[in-house]
Design a protein around this ligand. Structure first.
Ligand code: PMP
Length: 388
């Protein structure tokens, strides 16, 4: 029996063994608290944190002092939105319909607190039109929040173009770059970004650690903490630092940057191989997301005539995710697919859309695995269609 093939890299990525090696000393002998500057244990931990901060900053074209470590991108997104609103009068926030819940739900929380909220639509490929951002901007717009890459359909947003539009106004620009880190270049200067969220575990680093970039120059972005405590992370993120996690995030960023050019070509070739084979051997398939402006490893398909609840049941050899386009059973229709118009409004239209399958190729996948996965998916879909 061969091990199952992991094609769910949008959900999380395996820890790179090189990252693990770099973390281990900080789980063993170098266990100091990075705030204990009066002895060598603490100083060693603090130095490692600062080295990691530099590595994360370099990955996005930022300065070290602009990086705030958090417990992940959900927290970084919350800190960006709620931390900006803390102590300020209610203003206006612009975001898109396909953001991660940690953006959308916190945006709705601000709305309940008196902010006005504009949720921009996306086109059928999942793209936000920078002109829609321009039209939404008002004198009291405080923040525009748009993700760099979508975690479901893989679409890349025109971040630099949106940043240029936001720059012409008094608003700040927040980007959730969780899925983009290590997959596409990110440059906070070139894209006019003021706040940016990252997570280590989507880039072959450990879970439970992330970062928020917060611009300091030329205009300093003022935030309040989500909760009170010690003064760690410039007073923005109280609590003893997760030193092994932070070290891992730094190493993950460094590796990703070094390997991105070659790795993105390799991933693109593997994804195209998978896509071509599925499209050749199965009919009734529809590619979701943008055909070109998408993450190299990302493939999202609607499979007509396939029961969404049954699709993954017989697919034990492939670890994938089934966002459902249909709402017949317990599986709720995906709000991202709804936003790109891939779910029908009538029961019949939904049934015709069938199942949705999210696949994402990653660093340790081989060509042989891709071929085996394609074979399994083809067989499963044919079997389900025969049974229908
Ligand atoms: N934003 C996006 C686009 C994501 O894909 C995720 C993870 N699913 C998050 C934010 C949340 O990241 P974390 O798991 O680090 O909280």
């Amino acid at each position: 029996m061969l091990p199952p093939i992991y094609l769910d890299h949008h959900a999380t990525t395996p820890l790179d063994p090189r990252v693990l090696e770099g973390m281990l000393p900080f789980l063993r002998e170098h266990f100091g608290n990075a705030a204990s500057r009066n002895h060598v244990f603490g100083r060693h931990a603090a130095a490692a944190v600062e080295e990691a901060r530099e590595r994360v900053a370099q990955a996005i074209g930022a300065r070290d002092a602009e990086i705030v470590f958090t417990a992940g991108a959900s927290e970084a997104n919350a800190l960006a939105l709620l931390g900006l609103a803390a102590g300020e009068a209610a203003a206006h926030l612009v975001t898109s319909a396909i953001e991660h819940p940690s953006v959308l739900d916190n945006a709705r929380r601000l709305e309940r607190a008196g902010w006005s909220l504009t949720v921009l639509p996306v086109d059928r490929f999942g793209r936000v039109d920078p002109e829609d951002v321009r039209a939404a901007l008002a004198p009291h717009t405080r923040l525009v929040s748009v993700m760099a890459a979508n975690n479901e359909v893989g679409t890349l947003q025109p971040i630099a173009a949106i940043g240029a539009v936001v720059r012409e106004s008094a608003a700040l620009f927040h980007v959730d770059a969780t899925q983009a880190l290590g997959r596409v270049p990110i440059d906070v200067e070139a894209s006019g970004i003021d706040l940016l969220s990252l997570s280590a575990h989507k880039a072959y680093g450990p879970k439970g650690v992330g970062a928020l970039y917060r611009r300091r120059r030329p205009r300093r972005v003022r935030l309040g903490p989500l909760f009170e405590g010690g003064g760690q992370e410039d007073g923005l993120r109280p609590g003893t630092l997760n030193v092994p996690g932070i070290v891992g995030m730094g190493l993950a960023c460094e590796l990703a940057m070094a390997e991105m050019p070659a790795e993105s070509r390799r991933l693109l070739a593997l994804r195209q191989r998978l896509q071509a084979r599925l499209l050749r051997e199965l009919d009734g398939l529809q590619l979701n997301g943008h055909p070109e402006q998408r993450l190299a490893g990302s493939l999202h398909l609607s499979l007509a005539g396939v029961d969404p609840d049954a699709l993954l049941l017989g697919l034990e050899d492939v670890a994938a995710s089934a966002g459902s386009a249909c709402s017949t059973g317990a599986v709720k229709p995906s709000y991202v697919l709804q936003a790109i118009g891939r779910t029908g409004t009538t029961g019949a239209a939904q049934a015709q859309q069938g199942a949705a399958l999210r696949l994402c190729v990653g660093r340790f996948n081989t060509e042989d695995e891709i071929d085996r996965a394609a074979q399994c998916i083809v067989e499963r879909v044919r079997a389900l269609r025969r049974a229908a």
